[in-house]
Structures are given as structure tokens and as C-alpha cells.
Design a protein around this ligand. Sequence first.
Ligand code: DAH
Length: 340
Amino acid sequence: MQHLDDLIREAHRRIDTSTTLVALNDVRVHYLGRKGVLTEQLKSLGALPAAERAGAGQYINDAKRLVNEALDRRKQVLEQTELDAKLTAQALDITLPGRGHEPGGLHPVTRLLARVQALFERMGFRMETGPEIEDEFHNFDALNFKLDHPARAAMDTFYLRDWPLLLRTHTSPVQIRAMLAYGAPIRVIAPGRTFRHDSDVTHTPMFHQVEGLLVDEGVSMAHLRGTLSLFLQHFFERDDLQLRFRPSYFPFVEPGAEVDIRCIFCDGGGCRICKQGGWLEVLGCGLVHPNVLRACKINPERYTGWAFGLGVERLGMLRYGISDMRMNFENDIRFLQQFR
Ligand code: DAH
């Protein structure tokens, strides 16, 4: 019994001085394992005189229970200590501001398109779309591009292997599709992607245009001028915006013109943006060529019309000061964020 008491005291001491769960488990195995010290004691009971056996057995079992309880208590303490150490090591400061989710925003081109569309829809224009993969008939022939005319070559067209298919070089073919579908009178705008084999600060191979078309009886250049000045004044939020029509050539209009606005950066005084000229080119337009009306089965003796085509990214340069057109399509978050 004296020996057993010493054993138990020693067990308690070793339990209380164990500093890791691994060490504590070794202590458990040492005393209570299959070949543990206390287990062996029980096995040696058989050697005792029968009268002492029950009392000794009881005593050993009580000892085992106490050791077991001491082990469990110590285990809880060590587990808590290990958890605390782990939590301190992997410190997580839940009071720090989170990384969060940044709100998205509309792409500048999307914004510009929406703005142009809203202004024309207010004037009763309805929206039309056409395919980005076009054919020569709609992109060129019906628009009065002669087969050998340099304008056809000047478009830097991407041709598809399946001639006569191509990536449309402008939104003007939608004029043809709309007139063939609805006839006259008609009033539409057609926004969309266009493609040309060209890339530098002011050109990207894919870009956007908005086409406008109005055909009715008695339509004149004066209507065109009125509509475009109203649109441009609202677009640039300048009631005093001055326009200039410069004669220009496009096969599908006669007369054709390019429209300049008084430079909105220097008010015409001359600056880097207008290259000291005081004017900024914004779009092409004109009165629909009789050949085009005819190709669309509209009688040019009865109807006249006007059309225009503007470059959306070009408007973005002017409205947002985007100096390099390519930035629109490089997906640089620092650029895009500015339009949130
Ligand atoms: N399609 C022409 C281009 O991409 C722009 C244009 C000019 C469109 C005159 C028109 C127009 O509708 O009347 O360069």
C-alpha cells in the first residue's frame, strides 16, 4: 500500500508537470496503458492472500479513477493553453476594416452610347441594330461605293475567308437594312461595334459608332443641321456650342459634310486638343444619295433624307478627356474606376 501511495503521488506529480498533450499522453500510457504501472498492479492481485484481494483491488481501482480524473483535468488545461497559443500566433484582428467588394460601374463606352441613345430617343428616333459580320452589299455596294472607288480600299476592311463577308467597317449598313425593312418615312439610330485594320492613339481595330438616319418628304440640310446642333448642345451641355459644316466626301451622301464643334477646351482660342485650330471634328453626315434610296426601293423623287455617323470613342475623348483611345479596351482597373 505504501508502494502504491508513492506510485500515485508520483503519477500526480508527473501529470501536473506535463506541459504538452503529447507528454501527458505518455504519462497516461505509462500508468493506465495495457502494460501500465497501475494495470500491472491489478494483474498482481492474484498473488495476494484471498482475504486481502478485495480491499487491495478496490484501492487500486480508486487510484486508477483518481489518476484518470487528474489526467482529464490536466488535458483540458493543456488543450486550452494550446488553443490560446494558436489563437495568439494566428492573430486575427476582427476590428480591422475588411477588404470589401468595390461597386462596379459602367464602361465609358457604355455610358456614352446610353447618352447618345437617350438624346435621340427623346427626338423620336428608334433604335436599330445590324450584324457585325456584314456582306459587301450592305457595307459597300448599296451605300454607293463604286467597285473601283478608293473609299472602299480606304476603309481598312477585315475580310472574312467566306467572301463576300467582312466585319462591318461602319454602322452605315444598318441604314440599308432599316430602309429595306421599313421603307419610308423612317427615323432611326443604330449604335454598334465597327472594325478597321488600324491601331494607334486615336484608333483601335474595334470601335463604336452611332448611325442616324431620317427619310421623309421635304427633308433638307436645314433639318440635319438643326437636329445635330440640338444633339451636340445637349451632349456637351453647352447651349452656345458652335457648329461648322465642312464639305466632305462620303459615297452614300450628296452633299456630304464633316461637322466640327468649337473647341470645348479652349473655346476656339487654340490648344493642344484642337491642335491650335480652334475646332474639333465630331461626325460625318449628309443628304442620303439618291442611289442609296433607290437601292433600298425608296423613290428619290418623293423622299429625301439625311444621315450621320459618329465615333463614340471620339466623343469620349472630348467628353472625358481620354487621350489614348486604346485605354478604352485594355481593362486597366485604374482607368475604368474613374467612370464609376
Ligand atoms: N460611315 C462613315 C464613316 O464611318 C461616317 C458617316 C459619314 C456616316 C456620313 C454617315 C454619313 O451616315 O452621312 O466614316
